[in-house]
Design a protein around this ligand. Structure first.
Ligand SMILES: NC(=O)c1ccc[n+]([C@@H]2O[C@H](COP(=O)([O-])OP(=O)(O)OC[C@H]3O[C@@H](n4cnc5c(N)ncnc54)[C@H](OP(=O)(O)O)[C@@H]3O)[C@@H](O)[C@H]2O)c1
Length: 367
């Protein structure tokens, strides 16, 4: 039975992978950053309990670790665990925010990937690396507006923020390791939202922030295009698809979009109509982002800073995503696994309802 080293296990996607591995009775070493007030084992136990209350815990081993540290900052016990047999490294830890400085994102995302790769290389040298699964993002495609192939990496696109840039740089690092002969698989989710069956989410970043602003009813002007394509996928699909790809040897050396793709992608207007019905708000007013940037921003931004400083400061990072996005081909994924993401119309109301009931993560709902 494969043993797994999982980074980012406390995160939105990582916890879903963790419970699926534990449900398979796989041995998993999870790394978590030290927190002053929390015992790491208690923290991970709570994470599992909140995600899947019945998941067995007896094959989970918890280690303190920080992906920015040498060898992921693992202690002697964790290194001994790694020495005890073959290991599949699943690197999910990353800083997932669009508004943080490049230097910080570089350290976390590129530095973290380099450290995870260094652990994988050491395992490979001892003949104990099963494979290295890297969690990237479909948005390494940056400002592209065409159909993105899973085989494209850096084709001259411009990343739209430090997150996209450092995730692209991380993929380049993973590509170099593959060229050295390391067995790597790259998973590229698009925008992850909650569980399609329950709406449950453990993190309310990315798409949730503009929805929160709308839900609160204090701001309903969207500097975006209603027909702008947007690709969202529920977290259960992403985790299930990754698990299915873990089982396929043919996945080694390849990249997979875990995305709605050409058949199931949505538009801003479609998401907003569903959100509007759930939040019972007035319709959104759209202002074209190009018009805003060129003519309105110099006048509106100072005004907005006075009335809604949070919207003025944070809203800007979402502007490119509300203007245009690429289409992500899912040909590689569909060629290897049968699972398909659900259509947005079939589950997005549950996502919005859960977000509203939990007040976008401020109230903890029972699993
Ligand atoms: N969310 C999305 O829409 C989305 C879309 C596409 C791809 N992805 C990718 O999916 C992966 C997981 O994203 P997510 O949304 O689940 O993120 P998340 O909820 O913010 O979780 C991030 C995880 O990374 C860990 N982490 C961050 N910095 C670390 C460090 N220095 N050392 C050790 N652990 C560290 C966090 O640990 P702590 O609990 O200690 O903070 C947490 O477990 C990322 O690689 C992301 O780029 C996400």
């Amino acid at each position: 039975m494969t043993r797994y080293l999982l980074t980012g296990a406390t995160g939105f996607l990582g916890r879903e992978l963790l419970v699926r591995l534990l449900e398979r009775r796989a041995d998993v070493l999870v790394t978590t950053r030290p927190r002053n007030d929390t015992d790491p084992v208690a923290r991970l136990t709570e994470v599992v309990r909140q995600t899947a209350p019945d998941a067995p815990l007896n094959t989970m081993t918890v280690a303190l670790g920080d992906v920015t540290q040498d060898g992921l900052g693992l202690d002697a016990d964790a290194r001994a665990w790694l020495d005890a047999g073959p290991v599949q490294v699943v690197h999910g830890a990353a800083e997932v925010r669009f508004d943080l400085p490049f230097a910080h994102m570089l350290e976390q995302n590129v530095g973290g990937t380099k450290q995870a790769l260094s652990v994988a290389r050491a395992l490979a040298e001892q003949g104990r690396l099963v494979r290295f699964d890297h969690v990237s993002t479909a948005y390494v495609a940056g400002d592209r507006e065409d159909v993105v192939s899973e085989d494209d990496v850096d084709v001259g696109q411009t990343p739209r923020n430090a997150y996209e840039r450092t995730k692209l740089m991380s993929e380049v690092e993973v590509g170099a390791a593959k060229a050295e002969g390391l067995p790597v698989t790259v998973h590229r989710p698009s925008i992850i939202v909650g569980d399609s069956r329950t709406g449950r989410a453990s993190s309310f970043k990315v798409l949730y922030w503009p929805m929160k602003v709308y839900a609160r009813g204090r701001f309903r002007t969207l500097f975006g295009r209603p027909d702008c394509l947007v690709d969202v996928v529920p977290v259960d699909y992403v985790a299930d698809a990754m698990m299915a790809l873990f089982d396929r040897e043919e996945a080694v050396g390849r990249t997979f979009h875990l995305a709605a793709g050409p058949e199931r992608q949505s538009t801003i207007a479609e998401l907003v109509v569903i959100a509007r019905e759930v939040f019972e708000r007035k319709p959104v007013r759209y202002i074209d982002p190009d018009l805003y940037m060129k003519w309105l921003r110099p006048v509106l931004k100072p005004l907005l800073m006075l009335v809604r400083p949070d919207v003025a400061r944070r809203g800007g990072v979402f502007l490119p995503y509300l203007r245009s996005n690429p289409t992500f081909s899912t040909a590689n994924t569909e060629s290897l696994i049968e699972l398909r993401p659900p259509k947005v119309a079939d589950y997005f109301d549950r996502i919005m309802r859960y977000a509203q009931e939990s007040d976008f993560g401020r109230v903890r709902l029972l699993p």
